[in-house]
Each structure stands twice: as C-alpha cells, then as structure tokens.
Design a protein around this ligand. Structure first.
Ligand SMILES: C[S@@+](CC[C@H](N)C(=O)[O-])C[C@H]1O[C@@H](n2cnc3c(N)ncnc32)[C@H](O)[C@@H]1O
Length: 214
C-alpha cells in the first residue's frame, strides 16, 4: 500500500508558486544548467500530468511558443493558450499525428525540445520497475528522433538499472552532447536520473560506428 507523504519544502514551494507538483524544480534546474528552453520554441512534453513541467515550459516559451502536453492521465488544471493538452498513451501516437499537434493553422512542424518525465506505475520490484522505465525511455527517445528538428534537444527520465549504459549510448549516437543530471529536487531514495541530448545530429552527422539506432 502507498503511504501518503507529508508535503516537503519543495512541494510547499511548488504549490505557493502555482505549480501542482514539486517536479517543476527538476526541470527548472535542467533548464538552468543546459540553457534548454527559449522564447518561441515548440516543445513536446511526454508524461505531463499533473502539469508542472508543462506550466514551467509554457512560461519559458511564452505566448509565441507552443507546448504539447501528453499524458495517459487527464491533466485537470487550467493551462495558458500556448499549451495543447492530449490525453493518450504517448507510445501509441504516430509521427504524423505528433507533428500536427498544437498547430491550428499551418503545416505540421518539428519540435525544438522533447521532454519525457514518463514513469511507470511502480511495483516495488526494482528490476521490473527499471525495465519498464527503460522501455518508456526508449519510446520517448524514439519519438524524439522522429519529431525533433536538427539541433533540437531531448530530456528523458530513467530509473538507473542494467539498461542505463545502453540508454546513454543511444543518446550519444544521436546528439552532439550528452549530459546526465540528477536534480537537487530528486527524492533521496529515488534512483531516477535524466539523460539529456543536446544538438540533435542530422542522420548523416551521426557517428559512423554502427551505433544502434532506436
Ligand atoms: C512523474 S509524472 C510526470 C510529472 C510531470 N512532469 C509534472 O511535472 O507534473 C509521470 C507521468 O508519466 C505518465 N505516463 C507514464 N507512462 C505513460 C505513457 N505511456 N503515455 C503517457 N503518459 C505516461 C504518468 O501517467 C504520469 O503522469
């Protein structure tokens, strides 16, 4: 049975700033350390509920940008006009549908940034949770590689386990730079970490090493 946690300082601060969850400080730190988000960008937010990352990203991209927020759970809170919310399993949406989301007038367009904070429902069995987390990470990376513009960025959450080196290798093969960030707001008992790819390589630029593709 799940215990109800007492709200910690991060949770209280998030609520006081109008964010539904403490996770906002993880994205804030990643953004600060990698200069990820800018005005006017088009951002895809996978595993977006309850909406803290979406709200933060919407603030950073501003009214001329766009954030497409997808979660299999409904996002209930009000969102600014530059946010398009989709309730769906992100792993089931095809590339053409993803590229068309959030565009009311004009052709489908690639994204500047793909974020994935997707996490499986945990079972308590560490190996099972790690394997499920890796599967979600792999799906998110596969989506990112299909919808990012060259030069774009990817942030993906993973529970560290036996597949973690492969996750890193896949990101290094497709991006100019790989970064690992375990934000300060991460709970001490958590084994999650974010694998970040900066500067999506054009397929012709990818290392000619027979690196695996997703
Ligand atoms: C840690 S929460 C995300 C918190 C969010 N970034 C925020 O700041 O509010 C993880 C989310 O991943 C979602 N999720 C897991 N698997 C998913 C899938 N296949 N498709 C869409 N959402 C998924 C869960 O429903 C859950 O809401």
């Amino acid at each position: 049975m799940r215990s109800r946690r007492r709200p910690d300082a991060f949770t209280r601060r998030a609520k006081s700033q109008g964010f539904p969850a403490r996770s906002v400080f993880k994205l804030e730190e990643i953004d600060r350390r990698t200069r990820l988000l800018r005005a006017g960008q088009r951002v895809l937010d996978l595993g977006a509920a309850p909406g803290s990352w979406t709200l933060y990203a919407a603030g950073r991209v501003g009214a001329k940008g766009c954030v497409v927020a997808i979660d299999r759970t409904e996002i209930r809170g009000a969102m600014p006009a530059q946010v398009a919310v989709v309730t769906a399993d992100a792993t089931t949406l095809d590339t053409a549908a993803l590229l068309a989301l959030g565009i009311s007038d004009g052709p489908p367009a690639p994204y500047d940034v793909v974020l994935s904070d997707m996490a499986p429902s945990t079972t308590g069995a560490r190996d099972v949770d790690q394997a499920r987390s890796f599967a979600l990470f792999e799906s998110a990376l596969s989506i990112a590689l299909a919808v990012l513009r060259p030069g774009g960025a990817f942030v993906g959450k993973i529970f560290q386990g036996p597949d973690f080196p492969l996750a890193r290798k896949l990101v290094r093969a497709a991006f100019r730079e790989e970064r690992l960030i375990r934000p300060e707001g991460t709970r001490s008992e958590s084994y999650e970490i974010f694998v970040i790819g900066l500067g999506r390589l054009e397929p012709a630029d990818s290392p000619p090493t027979g690196e695996p593709t997703v």
